[in-house]
Design a protein around this ligand. Structure first.
Ligand code: UT7
Length: 322
């Protein structure tokens, strides 16, 4: 059977930066509170004319360039997003059109902040079975479009962005293992209580915004991120000492620190982009991966553990040799 290996990574953050000082002007908060409770100092916001597909295309082209691969050779696109340009068609099909790689399957995955980890698992299975050989796996969100800017419990956290990897068939792993989970009982802790089929009232402008019970989500996130790391490592007869870099969902610096502590992992081995990215939902893991690849922290041969956690709840992990 084939293995799937990352041959290139890419990321894109929109130009406009929103600082904590600017948020102080809009809502009742302080820059100190935001930094102390979340670690976020700034986040990027898509321009009014920029869509999730625009962000995804930029990240995808950078990943393809890093992989030295002609976009037309991609035979599968799996894209995690919660904020598609349209109800349909999917962002993945529009990205396929922009890249000119027609014919292979292209589809979006909705697992909120775990979207990229879900997409990696799926693309890996396509490559392992020989159904695809060169996959583009993307996490992209314009999450700030579904943020209520009056809600100080959420608007401080989120930003926009996209990250992508090219996965290619290889003789050696590559992806060692991946595990996905979901538990729908937690819906109302983190959700947008509106939707196409769920009674969306076009006249209620505030009907399509994120609602979150932050401290409850926080507790589940910390426990889950520890447990999935231990589960996937145990399943592969490995320990945390075998992991060179942990790349968790970038939800809150305190969540990253607590996860590292519970796993007995030095914080220096956790890739942390919370300060400059905020929480970019499905983009957070591939963006952090790309940052650490490009600044030279992550080297070929390193063992990486990617972890996602998001609304649903959904969660999952990917263990790989880079
Ligand atoms: O991506 C999916 C996963 N998402 C997450 O993992 C998010 C997890 N949750 C969090 O990151 C944190 O819960 C938050 C950063 C959202 C909130 O931090 P917290 O330490 O859990 O605060 P809290 O919600 O328990 O609120 C503590 C206090 C409250 O005031 P009272 O009721 O004690 O008077 C809040 O009203 O802090 C207040 N507060 C704020 N104060 C200043 C909440 N937001 C703000 C704010 N500025 N922006």
């Amino acid at each position: 059977m084939n293995h799937a290996r990352i041959s290139g990574t890419g990321g894109y953050l929109p130009e406009q930066v929103l600082t904590n000082a600017e948020l102080e002007q809009r809502i009742e908060t302080t820059a100190e509170w935001i930094v102390e409770r979340t670690g976020v100092e700034e986040r990027h916001i898509a321009a009014p004319w920029e869509t999730t597909c625009d962000l995804a295309e930029r990240a995808a082209r950078r990943a393809l360039e890093a992989a030295d691969l002609d976009p037309r050779r991609i035979d599968l696109i799996v894209l995690g997003t919660t904020t598609p340009d349209h109800v349909f068609p999917s962002v993945a099909t529009q990205l396929q059109h922009r890249l000119g790689c027609y014919g292979g399957p292209a589809f979006d995955v909705q697992a909120v902040c775990t979207g990229f980890v879900y997409a990696m698992d799926i693309a890996n299975r396509f490559i392992r079975t020989g159904a695809a050989r060169r996959a583009l796996v993307v996490g992209a969100d314009t999450f700030t479009r579904i943020i209520n800017w009056q809600d100080r419990g959420t608007c401080i956290l989120f930003g926009d962005g996209a990250g992508a990897v090219v996965l290619e068939a290889a003789d050696e792993p590559g992806i060692i293992d991946s595990q996905l989970h979901a538990d729908g009982r937690y819906k109302e802790l983190l959700w947008v209580p509106a939707g196409v089929s769920g009674g969306y009232d076009q006249t209620r402008q505030n009907a399509a915004f994120v609602e979150m019970r932050g401290s409850e989500v926080f507790k589940v996130a910390v426990t889950t991120l520890k447990e999935i790391a231990e589960q996937i490592l145990a399943a592969n007869h490995m320990t945390i000492a075998d992991v060179d870099w942990l790349i968790p969902h970038q939800a809150n610096r305190r969540i990253l620190a607590a996860t590292a502590k519970r796993l007995g992992l030095p914080e220096e081995r956790v890739v942390d982009c919370v300060r400059l990215h905020g929480n970019t939902s499905a983009a957070s893991v591939p963006l952090a991966l790309d940052v650490a690849v490009r600044d030279g922290r992550i080297q070929r041969g390193d063992t990486l553990l990617l972890e996602g956690f998001g609304g649903g709840f959904t969660w999952g992990a990917v263990l790989l040799n880079y």
